[in-house]
Design a binder for this molecule. Structure first.
Ligand SMILES: Cc1ncc(COP(=O)(O)O)c(C=O)c1O
Length: 377
């Protein structure tokens, strides 16, 4: 029976959903939304706050400041409230109303950027705002999830070992890429401890993280308008890009089976199903995807028909035959219906990649290249 004395002490690490009955491919989902902050970002928030405290960067006058599309902001707002710090979150108009309200309920001040930077998009505009704040007042302490190694270290220490323990025969792991903290922590772990595991990154079409062209993205969590500084592509075996309309359809499909997951879970599940269909194998394979959060935070977006129609058109609400998952299990296939995928891997395997210390800093500069292709939906 877990008993906690602060809200960041509880996280359910070992909950998995077997999606085999609702998808055309066998896939387990590691659910990371079961904690008081409601998402996987609690882990990064705790690790970064603990490190800032250890390093003496936080005093009682400090105002913690961070850029977040929602979940890290909520987690930091919760921890700041619990530990007695002030917290200012810089977000943008894609942040859901409920995420903003949650942060404010914890006493957090929320700045919403409404104009994207001409080249680096909303994220660039958010980072500019934080730099201005830090330059204006020395009390601001920027944890900077985009460059903070603790953002991936927490997944190297916690998420990946939990997965490895739960699935000794793991073959493929699918991880969504936002800041790439989750991806890099898991990729480093499996590269060093279980190199036979294939690690596939899943990103949104319109994200520039893996070299694709920037385009409009409305679902928070995955994707970036600026290349993530934490990303080292040599540690990743493959990349799948998913259009947001497919994300929405996948979320609705899972909801029709009683699972209300967040937007990025829809992206990761869709990407996993496509990748598995495009990489058939003659023996059973163990595949796991990471689900960052649950769906209640997206009632006014992904699960709001008006919002979906406005941003993706009415088709996104009706699963077309090529996009629908068979309700009766693994009788169908998505093969041949690819609308977006990434092909290739850095030199076919990770063995030729430069060494990267298992618990140290990323090796070298970004020289790996994926042949990422994404057809329009
Ligand atoms: C819902 C959701 N999914 C995925 C991610 C991506 O995680 P990471 O930043 O570790 O890449 C985030 C990050 O904020 C998120 O909030």
């Amino acid at each position: 029976m877990p008993i906690v004395t602060s809200p960041d002490q509880f996280h359910m690490e070992d909950l998995y959903v077997d999606l085999g009955a609702v998808l055309p491919q066998q896939l387990f989902l590691k659910c990371e939304g079961m904690n008081f902050a409601g998402s996987i970002k609690l882990k990064a928030a705790v690790e970064m706050m603990d490190a800032a405290e250890r390093e003496g960067r936080l005093t009682e006058d400090s105002i913690v400041v961070e850029s977040s599309s929602g979940n890290l902001g909520i987690a930091l707002a919760m921890i700041a409230a619990s530990r007695g710090y002030r917290f200012l979150c810089v977000t943008d108009i894609r942040c859901t109303t409920s995420a903003r309200q949650l942060m404010e309920s914890f006493g957090c001040q929320v700045h919403t950027v409404d104009t994207p930077h001409p080249e680096s998009g909303y994220l660039g505009a958010r980072l500019d705002r934080i730099r201005e704040l830090c330059a204006s007042d020395s009390r601001y302490v920027w944890l900077n999830q985009y460059t903070n190694n603790n953002n991936w270290v927490t997944h190297y220490r916690r998420t990946a070992p939990a997965l490895a323990g739960a699935f000794p025969g793991l073959d493929v792991l699918f991880v969504g890429a936002g800041t790439t903290g989750t991806l890099m922590g898991c990729a480093r772990y499996f590269r060093w401890k279980r190199p036979e595991v294939t690690v596939v990154a899943v990103d949104s079409v319109g994200s520039v993280s893996f070299g694709g062209p920037a385009d409009r993205r409305m679902i928070p969590g995955l994707g970036a308008g600026v290349r993530p500084p934490l990303l080292n592509e040599y540690l990743v075996d493959d990349v799948v890009l998913v259009p947001e309309a497919e994300t929405v359809r996948t979320c609705h499909h899972l909801a029709s089976h009683g699972y209300l997951f967040g937007g990025s879970t829809g992206t990761v599940v869709r990407g996993a199903v496509r990748w598995l269909a495009e990489h058939p194998q003659d023996r059973p394979r163990t595949a796991v995807a990471i689900s960052p959060d649950l769906g209640e935070r997206y009632l006014d977006s992904v699960y709001d028909p008006g919002w979906v129609r406005e941003h993706y058109g009415p088709d996104a609400l009706t699963p077309s035959p090529r996009d629908s998952f068979p309700a009766d299990g693994r009788t169908g296939s998505t093969t041949g219906s690819t609308t977006a995928s990434a092909t290739g891997s850095p030199t076919g395997s990770r063995s030729g990649a430069p060494a990267d210390a298992p618990d140290g800093s990323p090796a070298g500069s970004r020289t790996g290249s994926f042949a990422v292709s994404a057809a329009a939906e």
